[in-house]
Design a protein around this ligand. Structure first.
Ligand code: ZN
Length: 689
């Protein structure tokens, strides 16, 4: 899929997402693949808790039943309506893949690839027999490094053969910020093992504890590679040392939300001057790229630190660092002792997950990641009808029209900026369901009995596919998510909103339901993605996806003041323990949530104007709109996962994506006849869009 630097998704991209009350059930080992989706209604009164006053805690009122009835399965960091739907999608894909793995005749080339990939992945005994042997070619290359001059060729090989953000840095293909039609090389920062630079820089007890556990984990991995405990201990300390230095030189997530902080275009000479000890000509050549003239160095200070490391570290330290990142990236595909050690730290310690996901889930996810367009075609054929595409497209257009009316009616924005905003809105492209053009996998070979080989060849195919875009015009048909994904995103450089088929299913979009909950739920999500084009980050890109200021100074000031209201509001909410929301990190998402539901409300009122709507399930149509919205967000979360997400996730927890939003909508207050002074009635409401 596309490498996307700035695209913003509806949920955290890494699927993981407090509720210690219900006991954790075991991951269901008796689960079977399915051939049709279990139906879950778009608004479910059994998921509500009607003993709660909606004006006191609307999230609890809408989701209390769901939270009680849906304890977190043992193999999950969080459990949510989205997570459950994703699991249904996975079981459905499992059915497809299981059949294609067994079927030997009559498969088309894509079906052969995904079937054999899955079959080889499921053969755990064969994988276990190999132990660490599949790492040998990588370790030999790293072991053969003598001087820094050897490094570029080895790094280019590793960068294109294993999937990792690690290994010092990474070169990717991305649209030029000042010319969105052209794809150039981005030299990005990376190279950390922990999920964020803050894990290395924070000095509280919990951060220190996690660092100590991380170093112990790195040591155990080196021991699994055959090093003695003494040697492994020293190696783990070296890894921490190198990574801590890189972390200090990395931007924070909040800093990375400002696109100007990530845009430093240089020519080849400029890149070479930044890191004199690294032979970029050799790296570019070894990566199979033509000589390049334009690079965007996203974080120059990071590259200065890379240079410092190359200059001051003995080669043995750099080899240790590279060996660690290689085994870390490959551990999920190796024998069970590697899989478990990797799980124990990254899932159990960091996110509180008691149990490893069953192998079928890991294999389905991997086929989706490696051969997503081949698997996606099978999914779409069975699960996404043209009628459904048409219905959701119509809703998208209605919400776009609502936004046009909304922009025209704004009192804080002048006519010049309004005209630019409307142009951006009209040029925004809607992508619904699946790509118009599927990726061609003819060049990649998948063999029935060769799991590790399949992983390597598909990884190399994807890396090649990405690098080959550099120097070419952008392909506007491309997607950054696969069709079965239960998520959505806006991409400010493509200026498009993307809704995979996987997210347009019940209970999120339910064709059997009345309009109210569908507009609240899926309509709210469509509005959310649209609003991203105009949040604090998206608003800096113009109608063509270029980083170009189209705001008058006065209008920009008015926007910032309105956005600050949202930032101040969410800063007061507690995630877990004494951790508050980092609302400068969640600013864009919180603005998108609020703007999105206001637009969905406008579109729904328009759609149903003149209709005589009647109450259902004891709820008025207006109330059903809001409960329908809230029920997408029903979530049970583990405390460890909440702590991790407080650092890494730009989205607020589900509870505040509901309660923090409705307090800003007078329509909500009226729908539930709430009174001034009640918790869900805010005196000074925020409103951006
Ligand atoms: Zn979003």
């Amino acid at each position: 899929m596309r490498t996307i630097v700035l695209a913003v998704s509806f949920l955290a991209l890494s699927a993981p997402a407090q509720n210690s009350r219900p006991p954790a059930p075991p991951a269901q080992s008796d689960e079977k693949p399915i051939t049709s989706f279990p139906y879950t209604p778009g608004l479910d009164v059994l998921s509500m808790d009607k003993t709660i006053d909606p004006c006191v805690d609307f999230y609890q009122y809408s989701c209390g039943g769901w939270m009680k009835n849906n304890p977190i399965p043992a193999d999950q960091a969080r459990w949510s309506v989205y997570g459950k739907l994703y699991q249904d999608n996975q079981r459905f894909l499992w059915g497809i893949l299981d059949q294609l793995a067994k079927q030997k005749a009559g498969r088309d080339p894509n079906q052969q690839k995904i079937g054999d990939f899955f079959g080889a992945c499921m053969d755990e005994a064969a994988v276990n027999k190999l132990g660490a042997a599949p790492l040998k070619p990588y370790m030999d290359r790293i072991g053969g490094l003598k001087t820094v001059a050897d490094l570029p060729a080895v790094l280019a090989f590793l960068h294109t053969s294993i999937e990792t953000s690690g290994l010092l840095f990474r070169l990717t293909a991305n649209q030029d910020f000042e010319n969105s039609e052209s794809v150039i090389a981005f030299a990005g920062a990376g190279g950390l093992g922990l999920p964020d630079r803050d894990y290395y820089t924070k000095d509280d007890e919990r951060s220190k504890d996690i660092r100590a556990k991380y170093v112990a984990h790195v040591q155990r991995m080196f021991e699994l590679l055959g090093d003695t405990p003494d040697v492994a201990k020293r190696e783990a300390a070296t890894v921490m040392d190198v990574e801590a230095a890189l972390a200090k030189a990395s931007l924070t997530r909040v800093e990375r939300r400002e696109p100007h902080n990530l845009f430093h275009k240089v020519d080849f000479k400029g890149l070479q001057e930044l890191t004199p000890d690294f032979d970029w000509a050799m790296y570019v050549k070894s990566s199979g790229l033509a000589p390049q003239t334009a690079f965007n160095v996203t974080e120059p200070a990071f590259y200065k630190e890379v240079e410092h490391q190359l200059k001051t570290r003995p080669m043995a330290d750099l080899q240790t660092y590279l060996r660690w990142h290689t085994v870390r990236a490959e551990a999920p595909f190796l024998s069970s002792e590697f899989v478990l050690e990797n799980f124990n730290f990254f899932s159990k310690t960091l996110r509180g997950v008691p149990q490893l996901r069953p192998r079928w889930k890991r294999c389905v996810s991997l086929v989706d990641a490696q051969l997503g367009d081949a698997l996606g075609q099978e999914f779409v054929k069975r699960a996404f009808s043209p009628e459904l595409k048409q219905k959701t497209l119509t809703m998208t257009k209605q919400i776009q029209e609502a936004m046009a009316r909304d922009i025209e009616s704004l009192t804080w924005m002048g006519p010049r900026t309004k005209q630019q905003a409307l142009e951006k809105l009209h040029r925004m492209v809607n992508k619904i369901g699946y790509p118009d053009k599927w990726r061609d996998y003819a060049a990649v070979q998948v063999k029935a009995m060769d799991f590790l080989g399949n992983v390597e060849r598909t990884t190399q195919f994807k890396a090649r596919y990405e690098l080959d875009k550099i120097g070419k015009p952008v392909d506007h048909t491309e997607w950054g998510m696969t069709p079965p994904t239960v998520n959505a995103y806006y991409d400010p450089q493509m200026n498009d909103i993307n809704f995979p088929a996987g997210v347009l299913q019940p209970p999120l979009y339910d064709p059997k339901m009345d309009d109210a909950p569908n507009y609240g739920n899926t309509g709210g999500t469509i509005g959310h993605e649209l609003t991203h084009g105009f949040d604090d980050e998206g608003r800096q890109f113009d109608a063509h996806g270029n980083l170009k200021d189209w705001w008058t100074e006065q209008d920009a000031r008015a926007f910032t003041a309105r956005a600050q209201c949202v930032v101040d509001q969410y800063a007061q909410y507690t995630v877990v323990d004494d951790i508050k929301i980092n609302s400068k990190l969640t600013e864009g998402e919180d603005i998108a949530d609020l703007g999105g539901l206001i637009l969905a409300w406008m579109a729904w009122k328009d759609q149903t104007s003149g209709q005589q709507l009647t109450p259902r399930d004891g709820l008025t149509p207006d109330q059903r709109f809001f409960v329908g919205y809230a029920q997408w967000a029903c979530t049970n979360d583990r405390a460890e996962n909440l702590r991790a997400n407080a650092i890494t996730d730009p989205h607020s927890p589900g509870k505040y994506r509901v309660n923090g939003l409705v307090v800003n909508m007078p329509e909500f207050e009226k729908s539930f006849s709430c009174k001034a002074g009640q918790p869900m009635v805010k005196e000074d409401r925020c409103r951006v869009w």
